[in-house]
Design a protein around this ligand. Structure first.
Ligand code: MRU
Length: 344
């Protein structure tokens, strides 16, 4: 099976290309654009999603901004790039990788002496982010695979796989590496209401790789833990602050159940998902549209006028995490501050 490339730059056409994940598993389509506005729409609609993939998208967003700003009068170039880069940065608030990717590429432009040079520097840096993401996922997956028993059932939530990164994945990368090492791993994927990233995306990419995957409703997870059918939980992260892990809403519920039932709870994430200067209270949790809850496909499932709370993410205290799996090795929550202050 060909490896998945979730997001990449196409040199001949000068466009950023990405899998439209809203269409999976029904159809597989690669979108391409050279317009910043189109990329922002793709981020907001979750055509491109998952923290590391958002970091890559952020980097390519600045490339597109620099390409567009090349037509501005001299002297206006950087101002125009910065303005568009801000819109990319703010497209979704919770995953820190998005602003990380935008800022990393923006910093490279500050030294450029012409718009042409700026575009070249921006593209080189964005491509470096994409390449590094693939290597980082492999490295953290290798560390994480060592934590899994030779034969086990792993519960995961949302999609922290190849589709959420450039390729391979974080939480699903750990599972892929363990399977590659010859371990017998069964995956229980929570469907992940309301947008079903677990059912639509995790199940799709694992089944595509021939990895044993079964989907449950999110509310089944606790009972499977109580009846001894889950050996550990592995999830990804959108942001890890000094005190908490932000990930798809429902993650905290699994952490509580895992703690109660004595099941190890692991978080797999690259350093680009860590936010060393913030605490949980400083982070904005994305609230999404009512219709994501009020409708199921074309069917209205909520009486008119009834409000919803549709949080995209929740936060799990670090003290409830058994271990963080990073490209630099396994980090225990009690060592988070020294990890955050180290260089990487
Ligand atoms: O709203 P989404 O689909 O972008 O949310 C994604 C998640 O919550 C993932 O678990 C997280 O980004 C980690 S991806 C390696």
């Amino acid at each position: 099976m060909e490896p998945l490339l979730t997001i990449f730059w196409d040199k001949p056409t000068g466009t950023v290309c990405f899998i439209d994940q809203t269409l999976l598993p029904g159809s597989f389509r690669i979108e391409r654009t050279r317009e910043v506005g189109r990329l922002i729409t793709a981020i907001r609609r979750l055509e491109v999603r998952g923290a590391p993939a958002l970091g890559i998208a952020g980097g390519y967003g600045v490339v597109l901004a620099a390409m567009a700003a090349s037509c501005e009068p001299p002297g206006m170039f950087m101002e125009s790039v910065r303005k568009q880069a801000d819109t990319v940065r703010n497209a979704r608030p919770t995953a820190v990788n998005l602003s990380w990717g935008v800022d990393r590429v923006l910093r490279k432009l500050e030294d450029s002496s012409s718009p042409e040079e700026a575009v070249t520097l921006a593209l080189a840096e964005a491509e470096a982010i994409a390449r590094e993401d693939a290597a980082t996922c492999r490295a953290l997956s290798k560390h994480g695979a060592g934590l899994l028993p030779d034969s086990c059932t792993v519960l995961t939530h949302c999609n922290a796989g190849a589709l959420a990164c450039r390729e391979w994945g974080t939480a699903l990368g750990v599972i892929r590496s363990a399977v590659q090492d010859g371990k017998h791993v069964k995956v229980i994927a929570c469907e992940t209401r309301p947008l079903l990233q677990g059912a639509r995306l995790t199940a799709w990419e694992l089944a595509r790789d021939g990895i044993d995957v079964t989907v449950i409703t999110d509310s089944t997870a606790s009972f499977l833990m109580r009846t001894g059918r889950i050996d550990c939980v592995i999830v990804g992260a959108d942001r890890i602050t000094r005190d908490a892990v932000f990930n798809k809403v429902g993650t905290y519920m699994h952490a509580v159940s895992a703690r109660y039932h004595g099941v190890p709870f692991y978080v797999a994430a690259p350093r680009s998902s860590f936010d060393p200067i913030r605490n949980e209270a400083d982070v904005l949790i994305e609230e999404r549209h009512r219709d994501e809850i009020a409708c199921f496909g074309d069917r209205v499932t909520l009486p008119e006028g009834v409000p919803v709370i549709n949080l995209g993410f929740d936060a799990t205290p670090l003290s409830m995490v058994t271990a963080l799996i990073t490209e630099e090795g396994i980090v225990r929550p009690e060592n988070i501050l020294s990890f955050l202050s180290s260089e990487g």
